[in-house]
Design a protein around this ligand. Structure first.
Ligand SMILES: Nc1ncnc2c1ncn2[C@@H]1O[C@H](COP(=O)(O)OP(=O)(O)O)[C@@H](O)[C@H]1O
Ligand SMILES: [Mg+2]
Length: 367
């Protein structure tokens, strides 16, 4: 046994589409997930997240490649013999059974002794904060509580890996946010490897140790939440995770750590050099809205470009400014509304302003 919980070795999955055509759901995926990691697959609907999870679970067989769990190739090992358990968006609890019976069911099937079942069910219910709910039926529980029962039912089996396919998708926003933190804490407590599927970027950023951003069956970028957000590798990732301004331009010169980019002959800017960038190359410089400040004066150490405010949107915590920069480059700036003593000056539409940012916040994207 090695220290990896899961390995995907060149895994591909093809389906037949409705017209008999080939659908490439997962495209030559390579992946190592160490034990105890909270790992997320993040991507839009249809990018192959569920298919990947179902292949790990054993509900689908790869068309090519191998799935290895704890050092053992799964080959044709059926789902029920794999050391994994799955939690879906639909809780699929048995309506006629109590919470206790729902959670205990798998253990009873496995002929675990009655006394051990009692202890393990109690532990699992404590873990999901449902102590005292043993005797209730699913229809006497809220959606969030039902999902906790589904979690307890999976965790009670002590799987090596827990697979979760958009498990919070049916819950309202507030409960979802609360459950995100709880799930993260739960995972830290039990130390089981969690493989989580979501199309919600904030959810992935909140919970994951590492995230695989998927696009058309492939992993576009793999990294920690901060890495993915602060240093996106491609336009697709920058665009999918959070909001991004793209300034399109051409590399004017390479100066070691810094690259000078000419933005449509309107202005030059510097951004940190990235691997593979070449002189004269067409690139985009990605800038997050919260890195841009709208101000009245030019400031040393910032890139300062003049522009005209086109639109101001107050959204409570922040104010969004849409500014048309020199050369007709429209950008969004997001300024926090701090305490009233630090109240921001407001710049109504039509104001001539300076948009400033630290050169290090620009991210050069070559693809
Ligand atoms: N059983 C199936 N038969 C045919 N096509 C499928 C099947 N399951 C999934 N697909 C296709 O594979 C692609 C990936 O689907 P899926 O893994 O469900 O994506 P996601 O979970 O990211 O939304 C989609 O184009 C989907 O239509
Ligand atoms: Mg899915």
């Amino acid at each position: 046994m090695n220290d990896l919980a899961i390995q995907l070795i060149d895994v591909t999955k093809r389906f037949q589409g409705p017209g008999g055509e080939d659908v490439l759901a997962v495209d030559h995926m390579h992946l190592d997930i160490p034990h105890g990691e909270f790992f997320s697959f993040l991507g839009p609907s249809g990018c192959g997240k569920t298919t990947t999870l179902r292949m790990i679970a054993g509900f689908e067989m790869p068309s090519e490649g191998q799935i290895v769990i704890r050092g053992e190739s799964m080959g044709h090992i059926p789902a029920f013999k794999r050391p994994v358990n799955t939690v879906f968006q639909s809780y699929a609890l048995w309506p006629h059974m109590t919470v206790f019976q729902n959670v205990a069911f798998g253990l009873e099937m496995a002929k675990v002794s009655t006394s051990e079942i009692k202890i393990r069910v109690a532990e699992a219910l404590e873990l999901v904060q449902l102590e005292g709910f043993d005797g209730r039926k699913p229809d006497q529980l809220s959606g969030g509580q039902q999902q906790r029962v589904a979690l307890a039912r999976a965790l009670v089996q002590k799987p090596a890996v827990l697979l979760l396919d958009e498990p919070l998708g049916a819950l309202d926003l507030k409960l979802r946010k609360q459950m995100q933190l709880e799930l993260k804490h739960m995972q830290e407590q039990v130390g089981i490897t969690f493989i989580y599927v979501t199309h919600d970027q904030e959810e992935a950023l909140t919970m994951s140790d590492r995230i695989a951003v998927m696009h058309k069956g492939r992993i576009q970028q793999l990294g920690g939440p901060e890495e993915i957000y602060e240093r996106p590798a491609t336009r697709y990732v920058a665009d999918f995770i959070g909001e991004t301004n793209f300034l399109e331009g051409r590399v004017a010169s390479l100066q070691g750590e810094w690259t000078e980019v000419n933005i449509g002959d309107a202005f030059l800017l510097h951004a940190p050099t990235v691997e593979g960038v070449t002189n004269g190359q067409e690139v985009a410089v990605a800038l997050r809205p919260e890195k841009l400040t709208v101000q009245a004066e030019v400031e040393p150490n910032l890139h300062c470009i003049s522009g005209t405010v086109e639109e101001v949107v107050y959204i409570g915590t922040d104010t969004r400014y849409i500014v048309n920069l020199l050369g007709d480059h429209r950008v969004v700036s997001r300024m926090q509304n701090l305490s009233s003593s630090k109240k921001l000056t407001h710049y109504p539409p039509g104001s001539e302003v300076i948009v400033g940012w630290e050169p290090s916040s620009g991210r050069i994207l070559t693809e």
